[in-house]
Design a protein around this ligand. Structure first.
Ligand SMILES: Nc1ncnc2c1ncn2[C@@H]1O[C@H](COP(=O)(O)OP(=O)(O)OP(=O)(O)O)[C@@H](O)[C@H]1O
Ligand SMILES: [Mg+2]
Length: 233
């Protein structure tokens, strides 16, 4: 779960986040939409502990019940490695490593043995339809395949929270659709919580809840139409 209150961020005099409050339950898929510059990436980076809010003493950020604002650098790095997976628009795979090696890296950082890491990585890559591609380097993979490798890398340590920033922004329609389906399959199978920043309306509307950001604040929270129509039908 993610529980944040009064998250503010300044860059110099520019206030980019103006006191964001947020409560996302375990297993929920939430999309975040809003105009360019609204503060979506900034918020995601703070929720992911990659960046810090400017008003630490006046705000709170609980992830899985832990107040991460109180953790020191080393503790935070460990927390991130074990609890959080990140998927970015540009997959950021390491070009000199194979798909399998890229997926294993977070597990090695965690201290998992090579045998166990590779076993888990191969399972994930198979689940993502990449069994035939495990020894390819990123430049020998299509964009959609690279993005799925990045998803496997985000999942290798079984994090309970996945943050995705424009995960399908760089993909063709079919690959994007497949990736979106995958997020829901993963949630159903592993119960992960997803926060997905997207300009893709279809993906945004598929989510359990859609948060709209305007000028540094979340201005509305729409529940999925899906849920209510199911009840009516
Ligand atoms: N490191 C930084 N230094 C100064 N200003 C920054 C920095 N990072 C972001 N900003 C500014 O903060 C504002 C919010 O940026 P952010 O990246 O969060 O927007 P966004 O909603 O993700 O937009 P987009 O949809 O274009 O990705 C923008 O005005 C941006 O220029
Ligand atoms: Mg952004």
């Amino acid at each position: 779960m993610i529980k944040a209150s009064n998250i503010q961020k300044y860059y110099g005099n520019l206030q980019v986040l103006k006191g964001v409050d947020l409560h996302i339950k375990s297993g929920e898929i939430v999309s975040v939409v809003g105009a360019s510059g609204a503060g979506k990436t900034t918020l995601l980076q703070i929720l992911g502990t990659l960046d810090k809010q400017s008003n630490e003493s006046e705000s709170t950020l609980f992830l899985n019940g832990i107040e991460v604002t109180n953790l020191n650098g080393k503790e935070l790095a460990r927390f991130r490695n074990e609890h959080i997976g990140f998927i970015f628009q540009f997959h950021q795979l390491l070009p000199e490593f194979t798909a399998l090696e890229n997926v294993c890296i977070p597990a090695f950082i965690k201290g998992t043995s090579k045998v166990d890491a590779e076993k888990r990585a191969l399972e994930l890559l198979a689940f993502l339809g990449l069994s035939e591609r495990v020894n390819h380097k990123p430049n020998a993979l299509s964009g959609g395949e690279q993005q799925r490798v990045a998803v496997a890398r985000a999942l290798i340590n079984s994090p309970s929270i996945i943050y995705a920033d424009e995960p399908s922004g760089n993909l063709d329609t079919e690959s994007a659709d497949n990736l979106h389906k995958l997020f829901f399959e993963l949630r159903d199978k592993f119960g992960q919580t997803f926060v997905i920043v997207t300009h893709n309306d279809e993906l945004a509307d598929l989510a359990d809840r859609k948060l709209t950001m305007v000028d540094g604040l979340i201005t509305s929270s729409d529940n999925a139409i899906r849920a209510s129509t199911t009840e009516i039908n």
